[in-house]
Design a protein around this ligand. Structure first.
Ligand SMILES: Cc1cc2nc3c(=O)[nH]c(=O)nc-3n(C[C@H](O)[C@H](O)[C@H](O)COP(=O)(O)OP(=O)(O)OC[C@H]3O[C@@H](n4cnc5c(N)ncnc54)[C@H](O)[C@@H]3O)c2cc1C
Length: 564
């Protein structure tokens, strides 16, 4: 029987080597939860995680993946104002829900499984590998987390148990025609009646699962306060005053319903405090969702690379299979490295987030602040790196399939179309690196690297790699010092190069640790060290020279002006 967990040694390794001893006791209240399904020890908890992932691996491979092409062809539809998903997607969703998987990280008291984000990330990856559209329904679980964290008790009791059974589904309604990346410009109005109840009026666009039963809506609640400080997040229930306008026709994820929603005096319940809707509540929601999308990107890339490797071994030209040609091999090698680098970064981030959640429950302190900063830095890095990676990997997979890759006959064109959205929704790549660079220049580099670079092993199979990684880090630090003398416009212009260099050092360190156990990882560690050197040298040169060619008015203007 096919199984997307068992057939993926790298994913299994990431799960097996996660820092469970630090994550699980805090999550499981030191194993004192009397609930009958609660584990009583770390070993039992890890066993539970493995069991659940194994089950998802089987469901993804056997029940979801075989129908992905049909789901893509049929697409989600709007029938009499109601969103209708393709039948195989509805069926698979029911199976996932019946298996109890829709409350993955929520507490058991609401019917959830109380599992770590690290495990959830692996689950999202496997579902996405099977069908990227299915993932957009499965991974709306971040909405439940937000309700759990910020809603009044009655609201939690009303929605969370049904979200956990999949009896109802949520959506996240933030974007508006004039408020995309700049969510501070949201104009949907929330007005409070004298009896304290809220009513929302406005239009949202591009909303995944727009026909949802429970909507998390960002709206302007503070009269006279422009920007993000005037916004609050509300829970709105499907019904009177909530109408699905239309579904978008789009490049990929056809099985996912991307809707316009019109709100007219729709009743809402405030989440968190007034005026904290964007910078506190939505940001917390987006942090969850961004990690999910990063995992989605890894899953889609895994599917495309599997297809490319198979095709390259079967397709013959010039009397031999095309995987005998050096340029084809180089593409397959680069894709494998980038997928595993992205997975390493995503899982590292997830375990930092788990650790942070554990410390929050334990009451905070200095250690919590450290993990908050790490999560703030790593989440956009994961989203950026994984989502750019999937675009490269799926594009290469098409290249390796030649003309057949461009045809509908093979799945890689679907993976390419599906993967393309990841670097756009839930915050574009530019927004991710833009957020990251500020933190990186304000002490982020030592926070990320000082300890791991000091303590990293140097297995003989990867000799020399650690020295190169350390030198790469020094170059990035020097570039950051130099960048501080420039303005913020330049920081934003150089942000991608910083992000690439940082991601390569980070993944190189993970591979180096793995290299203690296997030779294959030593190859990857050395590759990242070399690739990172090229990136760090270029970055340092660009920043030292103050090279602003692509974005400075004196060069940008003359070059781009003729296209106006
Ligand atoms: C299929 C799909 C599903 C979606 N699902 C949801 C959902 O469930 N809920 C929801 O609320 N929204 C959803 N969205 C909306 C999505 O999050 C936005 O499209 C995205 O945030 C970008 O906003 P925009 O489209 O207005 O682009 P814009 O903000 O107009 O950006 C256009 C370009 O300008 C760049 N740019 C903008 N500002 C900056 C800046 N400050 N610095 C550098 N570059 C910048 C961007 O990176 C991008 O390249 C979805 C969109 C799609 C297509």
């Amino acid at each position: 029987m096919a199984n997307f967990y068992r057939d993926n040694a790298d994913l299994r390794r990431r799960i097996e080597s996660a820092s469970w001893a630090r994550i699980l006791p805090a999550l499981e209240k030191d194993f004192t939860d009397p609930h009958e399904l609660a584990p009583k020890s770390i070993e039992e908890a890890v066993e539970q995680i493995e069991m659940v992932l194994d089950m998802i691996g089987a469901l993804a491979a056997e029940e979801v993946a075989p129908h992905a092409a049909e789901v893509d062809r049929a697409g989600a539809r709007l029938v009499d104002g109601r969103v209708v998903y393709p039948e195989p997607l509805q069926r698979a969703f029911r199976q996932l829900a019946d298996a109890g998987l829709m409350g993955f990280t929520l507490p058991r008291e609401f019917g959830g499984m109380n599992l770590p984000i690290t495990a959830y990330t692996a689950a999202v990856e496997m579902i996405s590998r099977a069908d990227a559209s299915m993932m957009t329904l499965f991974s709306l679980q971040g909405c439940g987390e937000t309700i759990h964290r910020f809603a009044p008790r009655a609201t939690r009791d009303r929605y969370l148990p049904r979200l956990c059974t999949g009896g109802i589904t949520p959506c996240m309604a933030l974007t508006e025609p004039n408020a995309g990346s700049a969510l501070g410009a949201v104009s949907t109005r929330a007005t409070q009646a004298p009896d304290g109840t809220w009513r929302l009026t406005g239009s949202k666009c591009f909303i995944t699962n727009g026909g949802a039963d429970v909507l998390l809506v960002l709206a302007r609640s503070e009269e006279g306060k422009p920007g993000g400080d005037g916004l609050s997040l509300f829970v709105v229930e499907k019904g009177k005053g909530v109408e699905v306008g239309k579904l978008e026709e789009k490049l990929g994820i056809h099985g996912s319903a991307t809707a316009t929603i019109n709100l007219t005096d729709a009743p809402g319940i405030l989440l968190g405090r007034r005026g904290e809707g964007l910078y506190k509540v939505t940001l917390s929601l987006l942090h969850n969702v961004r990690l999910e999308v990063a995992a989605q990107a890894v899953g889609i890339a895994q599917a495309a690379q599997k297809a490319a490797v198979r095709y390259a071994s079967e397709r013959e030209q010039f009397g031999r299979s095309i995987d005998q040609f050096a340029p084809v091999r180089a593409m397959l090698f680069d894709s494998a490295t980038e997928i595993e680098a992205a997975r390493a970064i995503v899982v590292t981030t997830a375990s930092v987030v788990d650790r942070k959640r554990g410390l929050e429950r334990a009451g905070g302190g200095e250690e919590l602040q450290r993990y908050e900063r790490l999560a703030d830095l790593l989440t956009p890095l994961s989203k950026y790196y994984a989502c750019e990676m999937v675009n490269s990997v799926t594009s290469r997979a098409i290249q390796i399939h030649g003309g057949y890759g461009y045809s509908r006959e093979y799945a890689v064109e679907r993976h390419f179309r599906d993967g393309r959205i990841t670097s756009i929704y839930e915050g574009t790549s530019e927004i991710q690196v833009g957020a990251m660079i500020d933190l990186l220049l304000r002490g982020g580099l030592p926070l990320l690297f000082e300890e791991p670079l000091r303590d990293a092993p140097e297995p003989p199979s990867a000799s020399g790699a650690l020295g190169i990684l350390r030198a790469n880090y020094e170059m990035v630090v020097e570039a950051a010092e130099s960048a501080k003398k420039a303005d913020r416009f330049a920081h934003q212009g150089w942000a991608r190069q910083f992000a690439d260099a940082v991601a390569t050092i980070l993944s190189g360190l993970v591979f180096l640790n793995d290299a203690q156990k296997d030779e294959r990882s030593a190859i990857l560690a050395k590759r990242q060290a070399r690739e990172g050197r090229r990136q760090a040298e270029t970055l340092l040169r660009v920043v030292r020279e103050g090279d602003r060619t692509p974005f400075d008015e004196t060069s940008f203007g003359p070059v781009v002006e003729p296209y106006r």
